[in-house]
Design a protein around this ligand. Structure first.
Ligand code: IMP
Ligand code: MG
Length: 179
């Protein structure tokens, strides 16, 4: 385990098993359609790669970045579109892949964004959900794991751009971000 982690919350094996279940749910949900799977960078990149390979769908991939976090463990405010999509999603079924729904502000911003772009539907699959932290009414359609209010890193999640490449999800030691 990385020395900056207090403990492993979700092991590589636990994540892999749940990602397969998410893939099966997506196969059913999108049967007969060709969705555009959108990765909200950067935190979702690892989950995106795994969960899409757990489906048997024909799909397209696109990438964007909505961000409200600086190098902080607390959100710095209103999310904004930092990088736009490569292609139009007008009339398309969008599958948005998120790393974690925390306050819900990012998700509200993204749902609004896809609506403005004329998407036919928006389905959100999230790796993690922190319901205790919610400040706006926004939820994913499929959640892999509901977690306590702790700062998590690994499997795409960062603190100040570090730890994204850890294969598990760990609880970051408070001493790392409270100094
Ligand atoms: P929201 O807009 O507050 O829901 O923020 C969601 C974003 O905050 C996620 O996409 C993450 O990038 C970031 N975030 C929230 N909680 C954590 C955490 O525990 N570890 C790392 N990033 C987090
Ligand atoms: Mg982040």
């Amino acid at each position: 385990m990385h020395p900056d982690c207090e403990r492993i919350l979700l092991s590589e094996q636990e994540i892999a098993a749940r990602v397969q279940e998410a893939g099966a749910w997506l196969d059913e949900k999108f049967a007969g359609t060709v969705p555009v799977a959108v990765c909200n960078l950067k935190g979702s990149a690892v989950f995106f790669a795994d969960v899409l390979r757990a489906t048997h769908l024909d799909m397209e991939m696109d990438f964007m970045a909505v961000s409200s976090y600086g190098a902080n463990a607390v959100s710095s405010g209103k999310p904004f579109v930092k990088r736009d999509l490569f292609s139009s999603v007008e009339g398309r079924d969008v599958l948005l892949v998120e790393d974690i729904v925390d306050t819900g502000r990012t998700l509200v911003t993204l749902r609004q964004f896809f609506k403005e772009r004329g998407a036919r539907s928006v389905t959100v699959v999230a790796l993690l959900d922190k319901p205790a932290r919610r400040v706006v009414d926004a939820n994913a359609d499929f959640i892999c794991f509901s977690v306590e209010d702790e700062f998590l890193v690994g499997y795409g999640l960062d603190y100040a751009e570090k730890y994204r490449n850890l294969p598990y999800i760990g609880i970051l030691k408070r001493s790392v971000y409270e100094k």
